[in-house]
Design a protein around this ligand. Sequence first.
Ligand code: FAD
Length: 545
Amino acid sequence: MPPVSDNTGPTDDLDVLVVGAGITGIYQLYRALEAGFSATLVEAGAGVGGTWFWNRYPGARFDSESYTYAYLFSKELFDEWEWQEHFAEQPETERYINHVVDRFDLRRHMRFGARVSAAEYDEPTGMWNVTLGDGTVLRTRFFIAATGVLSVPFFPAVEGRDDFHGQSLHTGLWPSTPVDFAGKRVAVIGTGSSGVQIIPAIADEVASLTVYQRTANWCTPLNNAPITPDEQRQLRADFEAIRETLNTSVSGFLHTAHDRATFDDSHEERQAFFEKMWNSPGFSKLTSHYTDLLFDPAANAEWCAFIADKIRSIVSDPETAEKLIPTDHRFAEKRPPFVTDYYETYNKPNVSLVDLKQTPIVRMTANGIETAEGVREFDIVVWATGFDFGTGALARMGIRGRGGLALTDYWADGPKTFLGVHTVCLPNLFFPGGPHAAAGNNPRYNGDQVDFVTDTLVYVRDHGYDVIEVSAAAEERWTSMIDRGAALSTSFGESSYFFGTNIPGKPRKYLLNSAGRPKLFKEISRVRENNYDAFELSRASASSR
Ligand SMILES: Cc1cc2nc3c(=O)[nH]c(=O)nc-3n(C[C@H](O)[C@H](O)[C@H](O)COP(=O)(O)OP(=O)(O)OC[C@H]3O[C@@H](n4cnc5c(N)ncnc54)[C@H](O)[C@@H]3O)c2cc1C
């Protein structure tokens, strides 16, 4: 069903202001309009796509299967978009998101190049005054920050970073005009999920490629492939079943869970299963693996030993191979990257690896990078150094709630949330796709949250209220459940950026939903069954309704 509300005036008082034109914010705008609210979306970037607008570096692509990441709210949309590959590359995803926006006539409700720099809650009216970078102030009843968990690129504090005279690029802020790598001396700093995608993608084009690795990661093959015409037909035929699985599965993927533990199998059976896993698509190495992979350190070590042997068998230089094998964390303690020809790239004569644990970067110079071993000169330096995960964007919006309380003060020791969408003292503000939400295929979790937020706003409106705020007790219950769950071995470990570990000074608090999606479903049902009693509902004293 297309959106019904047709407000176009972003300067009018709004029912709903959405921030962020990523996969979450676009769906939130769609749902708000469909529910009859006047709504506008503002986006800092010049176009839609969020992650898929900013991360346009060579090799950027999904780790989720394309059709499982896509929107599921419209069968017609699902039918008419033919994904080319099981794991689509960035340009295809950006095209898809633009198609959705035009297909549902959402663009006229959007404003680009509009970065929110301040947002203040006005207690007497229960409205938010939201200031954009150009000084425009928008007034809105409900303020929904769909600002993403990976939308604030992070640069490590390397001395002289600005002294470098060549081209300096962050994977998460990639220019929209093509970068000419041909014949260039290129450095890539960082070997997380983005670094390991760009490295093989540019290796053949550049004169030389030097990879600066801080942490070796447990990379396994993505196993991407084009979607055949038969598979396309099957996807369409199975739409209802696919939607049902994706809407209910624990991690929002289609992969089937395994039913055996590592040591149920003999050594030979185990090696055969590991081989099958190695050749399986993307995240199934987590979701379809032995049931004890994340619980039993001995089981995890078996799989790690298998990957280490794979690395040694692929990388011809033994010294380079050893540098590429992690020694400081188990598989899935950090977010495991998925790769295409990554290890093979180190066999190319123009590619070399610098282990920053052995030879840290001393400083950037005008011409290159200086380590303890001297200066290497470069034309281009690529910073694949990640993001201020989870809370980064929310912390940079100048949000002040009841009594002028700054969100950054309230969250000084880490985020406190209810269901990962709302927090005390910020009435009428929601942040689907923010901290304490995800633990799998993002659009599925974020979509659950958008649906919940929309239904909540409808409940508030239809019951004659205009202010909603979660109770401190409900927030405390959800947050302490997240923190308790984070200590379990099934969660990513404390060395992961999911704890904010990559950002100096950031509190070490778990930023995903450690209890998983079933707990989110359960709590959402509980809220509904109990008529939203986790929230306090009221009318603002100066309400105009
Ligand atoms: C390279 C890469 C690959 C990924 N691959 C996958 C994958 O395969 N599967 C998966 O599930 N997840 C993946 N992710 C995670 C990804 O971030 C989420 O899937 C998804 O993009 C979340 O969508 P979103 O709309 O919540 O946030 P985003 O896509 O990050 O969009 C948020 C938007 O908010 C805007 N914004 C932020 N602050 C402000 C402000 N103050 N004012 C105005 N606008 C603002 C940003 O500009 C951005 O456009 C990947 C992430 C990266 C970086």
